[in-house]
Every structure is written in structure tokens, then in C-alpha cells.
Ligand binder design. Structure first.
Ligand code: A3P
Length: 319
């Protein structure tokens, strides 16, 4: 496999020739498109998404850099906005579908495969996922009333999670990447949709300037108090929990439904496949905070700490 590059349009191949490139983690190359790194096949769908998507005022866009809690956020948002349509007790779609099927990615699903989606039949509010950095989102997302929720995770855990994931979904033809090599690339910012600091800062700044437009969440905060953040998310999305709902324990029911422990054990997440390049089970590894202590050497910790201080210091964003 060459990362799907044989499926590219002539226009996209021309574009690739003009972009800086580096060795990729999972595919031969990562290309620098609009200040972020991504795979050839992703660029094609991203260009199409940027060109064609028209946001509605009540759309919800869930944005992340990979391995920061995308699956979790999609599950939570889906359960919150659809709780009148789907009762939380039984037969909930999240029990039989992976969150990535219920909340499609623009770049991996809707605008992939050189096709334009028909989005007119989706129930409102429409929920979408994306890994694009804020500045690269289509204008209509930025200008409309559409809301954006961003979740990020401390860079140490995000790195370890990415390294495990990308080696797991590695097409057999490519040698697994060592922790050292992956680490050097991560610190240079060369990772899908990275540099991670630019990704975080883009949404961070926007969430400060326009708090009603962008809600900024952290994986660690959700782990610490999921109920509090679930309520905050519901309010932001315009679906606050009523007193009766709170009394009935609906917030806790959603937290439990979307918990790592529950989702990991579902048949669909043990044996299913929702995204072209990997199986659902690769999306559920440990789901804890701080697993990086088991992998990073003191020298690595020092190096990444320095990068984080240099890039995020003074922004007000910390982990
Ligand atoms: P680990 O590799 O540290 O276990 P993404 O969903 O953005 O791909 O992120 C994947 C990370 O989130 C993995 O982290 C995965 O285990 C964890 N994760 C997946 N589902 C989760 C859930 N429902 N709650 C908490 N963490 C979850």
C-alpha cells in the first residue's frame, strides 16, 4: 500500500507535488497542507469538504486531533442531543453502533472516496466530526451559528496513544515505528493534523474570543468529573438537562453508556469496523490518564516538557 495514493485525482496529485513532505507514521509520507501535516488521501477529501460543505446554524462540529478522546466526545454529544429520540434505557443506538458511524467524519466518511454526500436527510441538529485545525475549517462553519466542540488531551498521553494506535493499524508492509523515532517526529510537530500545539492553540484562542461558538474541553477534566462536563456540554449545545432529568439520573445514565468500560465490551466495538483503515477495537486501549509514565524515559519527559512550555507557555492553556 502507498497510503491510497493510487486513488487520487489528477488535481490532488498536482497539489501534492507542491507541498513539503516528511516520512509518515503509517503511510510513506505526510504532506504539509495549510500549515498542518496529513496523508495524501486525506488532503483530497479535505479539499472537497472545504469547497462544498454548507453549515446550518444548528449544526454541531466535534473537533479533535487524533487520539484525544474523539470517540468518547462523539458518544457523549450524540446521546445528549438525541435523548428525546432515543431513550437511554434500552435499544440505544450506541449499544449497537460505533460512535464514528453515528457521528461521521467529514474527511474520512462524508467527503471521502471522491464523492459528495447528500446531507439533506440527516436529522437536525446534525453532528459531524473532524480533525481539521480551526483555521482550515470551511468558512460557513466559522461564519454560521454552527457550534464547535473541541477536546484535547495532554500531549504525553496523546503521543503514547498515537504510537500504539498507528503501529496497530500499520499495513503489514511497513516496519513498525520505534518509540524513539515516533517521539522525535511528534516533538517536531510531524504527526497527523499536527503540530499538536498549533492545533490546540487555534481552538483555544477561538474559544476565548467566542465562547458561545467554541467549547474547549480536556480529556483529563472529563475523566475527573464527567457529570459536570456532560452538563456543561449539554448547555453549550442548547440541550440543557431539566431538573426532572437530573433527578431521574439521566446525566449519570449517559456517562455510563459512554464510559470506556461499557463501550469497550460492546460486540460492535469488539468485532466491528467503522472506518476504512482499522477495526473498532483499536479505538479502545486503556482509556486512562498518565499511561505515559510506563513508556517515556526521563530524557523524553524533559524534552517534551520543554516543547510544551515553549509552544503553549503564555497561552493560558496547560495540562
Ligand atoms: P488510550 O490509547 O490512551 O487508551 P480517539 O477516540 O480520539 O481515537 O482517542 C482514543 C483514546 O481514547 C484511547 O486512549 C482510547 O482508549 C480512549 N477512549 C476511547 N473511548 C473512550 C471512552 N469512552 N472513554 C474514555 N476514553 C476512551
Amino acid at each position: 500500500s502507498n497510503g491510497g495514493e493510487e486513488e487520487l485525482s489528477h488535481e490532488c496529485k498536482e497539489l501534492l507535488l507542491s507541498l513539503p513532505k516528511e516520512k509518515g507514521w503509517r503511510t510513506p509520507h505526510l504532506y504539509k497542507y495549510q500549515e498542518f501535516w496529513c496523508q495524501a488521501i486525506e488532503i483530497q477529501s479535505i479539499v472537497s469538504f472545504q469547497r462544498h460543505f454548507q453549515a446550518s446554524d444548528n449544526d454541531v462540529v466535534l473537533a479533535t486531533i487524533p487520539k484525544s478522546g474523539t470517540t468518547w466526545l462523539k458518544a457523549l454529544a450524540f446521546a445528549i442531543v438525541n435523548r428525546k429520540r432515543f431513550a437511554l434505557e434500552n435499544n440505544h443506538p450506541l449499544l449497537t453502533s460505533n460512535p464514528h458511524d453515528l457521528v461521521p467524519f467529514f474527511e474520512y466518511k462524508l467527503y471521502a472516496n471522491r464523492q459528495l454526500p447528500d446531507l439533506s436527510n440527516l436529522p437536525h441538529p446534525r453532528l459531524f466530526g473532524t480533525h481539521l485545525p480551526f483555521p482550515s475549517l470551511p468558512t460557513s462553519i466559522k461564519k454560521s451559528g454552527c457550534r464547535v466542540v473541541y477536546i484535547c488531551r495532554n500531549p504525553f498521553d496523546t503521543f503514547i496513544s498515537s504510537w500504539h494506535f498507528l503501529n496497530k493499524v500499520n499495513p503489514g508492509s511497513k516496519a513498525p515505528m520505534s518509540l524513539d523515532e515516533a517521539f522525535e517526529m511528534y516533538c517536531k510537530g510531524v504527526i497527523g493534523f499536527g503540530p499538536f500545539w498549533d492545533h490546540m492553540l487555534g481552538y483555544w484562542k477561538e474559544s476565548i474570543e467566542r465562547p458561545h461558538k467554541v467549547l474547549f474541553l480536556k480529556y483529563e477534566d472529563l475523566k475527573e468529573d464527567v457529570t459536570f462536563h456532560l452538563k456543561k456540554l449539554a448547555e453549550f449545545l442548547g440541550f440543557p438537562f431539566s431538573l426532572e432529568e437530573e433527578r431521574a439520573g439521566d446525566v449519570e445514565k449517559i456517562a455510563k453508556l459512554c464510559s470506556f468500560e461499557n463501550m469497550k465490551e460492546l460486540e460492535v466495538n469488539k468485532a466491528g469496523k467503522s472506518i476504512k483503515y482499522f477495526e473498532n477495537k483499536t479505538l479502545f486501549r486503556k482509556g486512562v490518564v498518565g499511561d505515559w509514565v510506563n513508556y517515556l524515559t526521563p530524557r523524553m519527559v524533559e524534552q517534551l516538557t520543554k516543547v510544551v512550555e515553549e509552544k503553549l507557555g503564555g497561552s493560558g492553556l496547560s495540562f
